[in-house]
Design a binder for this molecule. Structure first.
Ligand code: ATP
Ligand code: MG
Length: 603
């Protein structure tokens, strides 16, 4: 019921189009149900002519039959057979043509409304996903989200464009056919629908079961999608470890789990469909039996019997389709629910106070602790420090000690569990995330490039800036034109050339430098480049850093060349913060790293 409401809300914006197309559909179906009356009139007029009696049938007829008869000439010798044929043919053509035209317009309006609704839903879900907080992406899997933003939307689209039309069409056919029989003969009309309650009860139970099983099926599909996505993403690792067989086995296992549910689903259909067919056929059989009985007793004419047979089939046909429609509706409602689950996730609030003009760049952490959701330990423990405006700080520490986490808190990807962070003495928790993130330039530890040209990857934020070459050189990308045939127009990513880790890192660095941020945070940006390139980059960075606050997260002591101060984090705790000289004396970790790296350079 809740999902139906969601579907309703989705469509309400195009309510006029849907309403008009539905009304036209109903209209079209009305004309469709007039067609059998032509056969009825033809037979009832033809039979007396063949008998040579020219006496019209005395059976009672309904309003619409009367109308058709009133247009036609009365049965008599003066009117030869072909006159009836021609007149009836003309009426039949007029009815069919009107029906066809109305249906065409109805379907065109419906298709346009459906496409607009789905288009808007697709836009909504994509922009919503874009605005979800970082935490959401730690919890949800990409494959699952992709499935919801594509496959599930297609299921809903299919339902709205095909099945809603069918529901309206079939309901109209059912009601009008029943009404037509009712207008001619009330008793026969009741007989023609006497088994409908049984069909309805069976359909209700089928629908409930269908929804439940389909939900399970989609859950298994999600798992399969995630698995596929992950193994494609990690194909290099799989190949490097020659672990294809294990991956195939994992896939087959999950595919089997999906198959098991699909089989239960198929079994439900194999039981229900023949059952529903049986009831419908029994209904038609009963109607034919009683129809023949009525005709023998002279209560209905032969023409009426023929028309009734068509009507009974028209009443029965929608009943047979109910199961198919309900099955599609079950699937669509499950899809709507799954889409809504994503839409229900709260968007990240980017609003808040803006910083006054340019950042000076004073950064203060006051007793900041942070624990990731589901993590046993705190990633940061009671961290306090102040970086003065314009200061360049190198942040070092063992693997997994909390360096990247500190940066993520600064950008408000996550909020501190305890404590508070200030920039220029403003508590960042009340500041606008949009403003904050536009002022702090960050190069993330894992460089990510879009499937685009090198140039466009660099000018990702500042497309109008033209000093790409200059910035690229500053980031150590000195010979793009020499290395790649197409220079900055070289495509990278899935459909382009593969880049080395160092090349990716430098493109990512150039991207951030081009945006000329007011505070610069670098997370291990030289980890994948050689010592000569590193030196070049660091010299350039020194210039950039001289005019702004910089935090440089690094494992290499060579990066300290432009650091005013060094900050050391071990196991989430700040164990040192001071000049290189001070720490050399006081901090054991720093001393150890210096010694190791000095030794390495001597060897
Ligand atoms: N999204 C997350 N969910 C749960 N735990 C996390 C998450 N990200 C990091 N952690 C954990 O927090 C701790 C600190 O991680 P962090 O990435 O900050 O380390 P780091 O100092 O940057 O390490 P490295 O030098 O390897 O980059 C680690 O124990 C890590 O496992
Ligand atoms: Mg890190």
């Amino acid at each position: 019921m809740k999902n139906l409401k969601i579907l309703y809300k989705l469509l309400i914006q195009w309510k006029w189009k849907f309403l008009i197309s539905s009304m036209l559909l109903v209209c079209g179906m009305f004309f469709r149900t007039l067609e059998p009356l032509i056969i009825q009139v033809l037979v009832d007029n033809l039979l007396p002519m063949l008998n040579g009696t020219y006496e019209a049938s005395s059976a009672k007829v309904g309003f619409f039959t009367k109308t058709i008869l009133s247009i036609l000439p009365a049965v008599s010798k003066e009117y030869p057979l072909y006159v009836y044929f021609l007149a009836l043919g003309a009426i039949y053509f007029a009815i069919s043509f009107t029906k066809g035209t109305i249906m065409f317009i109805a379907k065109a309006i419906n298709a346009s409304a459906t496409e607009s609704a789905i288009n808007s839903l697709r836009n909504n879900i994509f922009s919503h996903i874009q605005k979800l907080p970082m935490q959401y992406f730690s919890d949800a899997k990409t494959g699952e989200l992709t499935q919801r933003a594509t496959g599930d939307i297609d299921t809903v689209r299919n339902f709205i464009s095909n099945q809603t039309v069918e529901i309206i069409r079939l309901s109209a056919v059912f009601l009008f056919s029943f009404f037509m029989i009712y207008a001619e003969n009330k008793t026969f009309a009741m007989i023609s629908i006497c088994l409908v309650p049984i069909t309805a009860i069976a359909a209700f139970y089928f629908f409930k079961k269908e929804k439940k099983i389909w939900q399970l099926h989609e859950d298994e599909s999600d798992k399969l999608n995630n698995l596929t996505q992950e193994s494609l993403g990690g194909i290099r690792v799989i190949k490097a470890f020659a672990n294809e067989e294990v991956e195939i086995e994992k896939f087959e296992k999950q595919n089997k789990a999906k198959l098991d549910i699909a089989l239960i689903h198929a079994r439900l259909h194999t039981v229900y469909w023949p059952l529903s067919d049986m009831i419908v056929n029994a209904q038609v059989f009963l109607s034919v039996l009683f129809g023949a009985w009525f005709a023998l007793n002279g209560e209905i004419s032969i023409g009426q019997l023929m028309a009734f047979y068509t009507y009974v089939a028209m009443v029965a046909f929608p009943l047979r389709q109910v199961s198919r429609l309900l099955s599609q509706m079950g699937m669509a409602l499950v899809a709507v629910g799954r889409i809504q689950e994503v839409l229900d996730a709260e968007e990240e609030d980017l609003s808040g106070k803006n910083f006054n003009g340019k950042l000076k760049g004073k950064i203060e952490f006051r007793n900041v602790s942070y624990q990731y959701k589901g993590a046993k330990e705190f990633a940061l423990k009671n961290v306090s420090f102040t970086i003065q405006a314009g200061e360049n700080v190198a942040l070092i520490g063992p693997l997994g000690s909390g360096k990247s986490s500190l940066m993520k808190l600064l950008l408000r990807f996550y909020e501190p569990t305890q404590g508070e962070i200030f920039i220029d003495d403003e508590p960042i928790k009340i500041m606008s995330k949009k403003d904050l993130r536009s002022k702090i330039g960050v190069v993330l530890q894992k460089a990510f490039l879009f499937s685009d040209t090198i140039g466009n990857n660099i000018s990702y934020i500042n497309s109008e800036k033209i000093n790409i070459l200059e910035t690229a050189t500053m980031a150590g990308l000195t010979d793009v034109d020499g290395t790649f045939v197409k220079g900055f127009d070289t495509m990278v990513g899935e459909k382009g050339v593969s880049l080395s880790g160092g090349q990716k890192q430098r493109i990512a660095l150039a991207r951030t430098l081009l945006s000329d941020p007011e505070v610069l945070v670098l997370d291990d940006v030289t980890s994948a480049v050689d010592t000569i390139t590193e030196k070049e980059i660091l010299n350039n960075l020194k210039k950039v850093a001289s005019t702004r606050t910089t935090i440089n997260i690094t494992h290499r002591m060579s990066s300290l060349i432009f650091a005013h101060k060094v900050m050391i984090i071990e196991e989430g705790k700040l164990t040192g913060f001071g000049t290189e000289k001070d720490l050399e004396k006081t901090n054991a970790f720093f001393k150890q790293v210096l010694a190791i790296q000095k030794n390495a350079s001597l060897n």
